[in-house]
Write a protein that binds this ligand. Structure first.
Ligand SMILES: Cc1cc2nc3c(=O)[nH]c(=O)nc-3n(C[C@H](O)[C@H](O)[C@H](O)COP(=O)(O)OP(=O)(O)OC[C@H]3O[C@@H](n4cnc5c(N)ncnc54)[C@H](O)[C@@H]3O)c2cc1C
Length: 438
């Protein structure tokens, strides 16, 4: 069996490490932070109550690899995730509610029942959706979501497609890739019963995968936490990794750190790959945690966004069983706020607080708990984007939500990438280096 280093213990690195460990390889896992999870981690607790997460995360029923991985660790997604048919309603209960059943049919019925829209709007959405389905959810690579919806009635565009796009791709519809958006729709609406279901964390993110995965790995792997690992030039048929003062040889290395870090480390080793990874642009997300008395009509409600009202969704953590009286307002595509520089996050948080006060009248005593800004939350998912390949060189692979694939930056994209890179690396080692695999 081979000695393999995995650099980065986000969801991609953990997925890859678990798959490689299952193949019997000798693993070393390096993680810069003191805890696993990367962008989908829980933050150190401040005061009482369960810890806050680095950002509110939403999963959907179509996240089959993520759910499978959780089950393989003995976890119960049924207990850890609150599940409901997709509902995109505001705090007054207006909006789209998918009934149970086959997703495409349920979508059609939900649109027909959306009485807050005139018939012209409902028919326009149905005919556009049908057209997208008939074209196999494919379109020109160069189209933005806005261009794809040029002829769509303005109400379903503004009240459904644009907020859905920013939630799924974290990129405004005017800039977002229509092809990736259609792929997300396809997986949600065509991947079978329950694929469009909303799955909301009922426990801190650390418990959903990172901590249990690390525990499972600790049984056989060497875990180096709080340790920056640096890839060194090839070393007699393998690769070397510098961590602190020591340099260790490996048969193979899997880089599961973010794209920018991988690009830096590979500047001299794989310049073309590095240039492509370095060219990715990013979109920030600000999660504004609030405290209040009261209850929303549904654990996740849509907010109406405008230049002064930045949040798209509000989550009721009390209803999810996380913590009573805690709410999370999510500001995707938060660049205009953070570009203000110092004070941008605070201004965004104040604006979200005022927005929730006016749009969720059932909440009282609203106050800020904490605002968490992640500047590089996801790559900007724009038309025709070329993403780096998983294979960099013999014995050198990369995994992460940014690696080429059909998905935007998501947990499912990260898990799929990690598992796929592990399978390919194992196959490569078995084929070319019996030395490394016996
Ligand atoms: C605020 C926010 C909200 C989000 N919401 C959603 C959502 O609702 N649904 C969804 O599906 N996705 C969501 N995402 C996206 C999702 O979190 C990411 O796609 C996913 O976590 C990426 O995982 P990754 O393993 O590819 O990368 P990362 O999580 O970035 O992991 C990389 C790891 O490498 C480590 N590292 C870096 N350099 C080194 C080094 N030199 N040595 C060792 N370790 C190193 C880092 O510390 C990190 O732990 C959200 C992201 C954010 C930030």
């Amino acid at each position: 069996m081979a000695r393999i280093a995995v650099i980065g213990a986000g969801w991609a690195g953990l997925s890859a490490a678990l798959a490689l460990q299952a193949q019997g390889h000798v693993l070393s896992l390096f993680e810069l932070a003191s805890q696993p999870g990367g962008r989908a981690r829980s933050l150190a607790s401040e005061g009482s109550g369960p810890p806050l997460d680095n950002g509110q995360h939403i999963l959907i029923g179509a996240y089959v690899e993520t759910l499978d991985l959780m089950r393989s660790l003995g976890l119960s997604p049924e207990e850890l995730l609150w599940r409901s048919p997709l509902q995109l309603t505001d705090a007054q209960g207006r909006g789209l509610r998918l009934p149970k059943g086959p997703p495409l049919l349920a979508f059609g019925r939900a649109v027909m029942a959306a009485s807050h829209w005139p018939w012209a709007a409902r028919l326009s959405l149905l005919t556009h959706s049908l057209r997208w389905a008939l074209s196999g959810f494919r379109c020109a690579e160069t189209l933005t979501v806005r261009e794809l919806c040029r002829t769509l009635h303005r109400q379903p565009y503004a009240e459904l497609v644009a907020p859905l796009c920013v939630a799924a791709l974290n990129t405004p519809a005017e800039q977002a890739s229509a092809q990736v958006f259609l792929r997300v729709l396809q997986d949600a609406l065509f991947a079978g019963d329950g694929s469009a279901d909303l799955l909301l964390p009922r426990r801190p993110l650390a418990e959903l995968l990172p901590e249990p995965a690390l525990q499972a790995l600790a049984a056989g792997a060497r875990i180096h936490a709080g340790c920056r690992a640096l890839l060194c030039a090839p070393d007699s048929g393998g690769w070397a990794v510098r961590a602190g003062d020591s340099v260790q040889p490996f048969d193979a290395v899997l880089l599961a750190c973010p794209a920018a870090e991988a690009a830096r480390q590979l500047q001299a080793i794989a310049p073309d790959w590095s240039t492509q990874a370095a060219a990715l642009r990013y979109e920030p997300i600000v999660t504004v945690y609030l405290r209040a008395e009261g209850r929303l009509p549904f654990p996740m409600v849509a907010l109406q966004e405008s230049a002064e009202a930045p949040a798209q969704y509000l989550f009721d953590h009390g209803q999810l069983g996380l913590q009573a009286g805690r709410f999370a307002a999510v500001v995707s595509g938060a660049a205009p706020w953070l570009e203000r520089g110092q004070g941008g996050t605070a201004a965004c948080a104040e604006a979200a607080l005022a927005q929730v006060m006016s749009q969720a009248p059932q909440l009282s005593g609203l106050r800020l708990e904490r605002a968490v800004a992640e500047k590089r939350a996801t790559f900007a998912c724009t038309p025709g984007l070329r993403r780096p390949a998983a294979r960099i060189a013999p014995g050198l692979w990369a995994a992460g939500d940014y690696i080429e694939g059909p998905y935007p930056a998501t947990l499912e994209g990260a898990v799929r990438s990690g598992r796929q890179a592990a399978r390919s690396l194992h196959a490569e080692l078995a084929a070319v280096a019996p030395r490394a695999t016996h």
